[in-house]
Design a binder for this molecule. Structure first.
Ligand code: IMP
Ligand code: MG
Length: 194
């Protein structure tokens, strides 16, 4: 039985109360991530791969993606200030936690949960490319093309989604909902804080 597109009313767990609709089912996420992992494994065969996750949302995707990658790879994480500062049109975001190691000469793949305006990643890409990596690419689970304010070249994309606020599988609304196993659309009442 699929819950895609339904209101979820008969299935809701406590955390699902705020979810209006399932947008991407758990199975679909798993299948697409397996494909991405295979593609990345082929592209980085024989290369030294460093996955850079953007905290906190990308952790869930990163953990699953990494286990679908069959070439040796390492992980590191960065935390940057999100909404508020990141919606500033200058695109300058604050680094709250930097990488543990140097990326000079490394093949870096930035793993992000979602690209909205593109400002966060375009800033991150500029900052990281100044550190002299051998290569620098982006892998995003979700992208909302309609919302793009700056173009960011994304090498690997999981799903293109419409302009709606989504939660789950790492994505939050006010730090909640990250633990949903699927990607869902936040209901109006939950978005209004009711
Ligand atoms: P950008 O700089 O506008 O591309 O912002 C990207 C960041 O905004 C993501 O890493 C998320 O943290 C957040 N974001 C954008 N859209 C959504 C959404 O629909 N749900 C949850 N977080 C979102
Ligand atoms: Mg984020």
């Amino acid at each position: 039985m699929t819950r895609k597109g339904c209101t979820l009313s008969t299935f809701k767990t406590e955390v699902e109360q705020g979810v209006a609709e399932v947008l991407i089912e758990e199975d679909a996420l798993r299948d697409r991530i397996a494909d991405l992992g295979a593609e990345i494994s082929a592209d980085y065969a024989g290369k030294d791969l460093l996955l850079v996750g953007v905290l906190k949302g990308a952790v869930f995707f990163m953990a699953d993606l990494m286990r679908q990658i069959s070439v040796p790879c390492e992980v590191d994480f960065m935390a940057i200030s999100s909404y508020g500062a990141s919606t500033d049109s200058s695109g300058v975001v604050r680094i709250l936690k930097d990488l543990d190691e140097s990326i000079e000469g490394r093949n870096v793949l930035v793993v992000e949960d979602i690209i909205d305006s593109g400002l966060t990643l375009s800033y991150l890409k500029r900052t990281l490319s100044a550190r002299g990596p051998a290569s620098l690419e982006i892998c995003a689970l979700l992208t909302k093309p309609e919302r793009r304010e700056v173009e960011v070249p994304v090498r690997y994309t999981g799903f293109e989604i419409p302009n709606r606020f989504v939660v789950g599988y790492g994505l939050d609304f006010a730090e909640r909902y990250r633990n949903l196993r699927y990607v869902g659309v936040l209901g109006d009442e939950a978005a209004a804080g009711l």
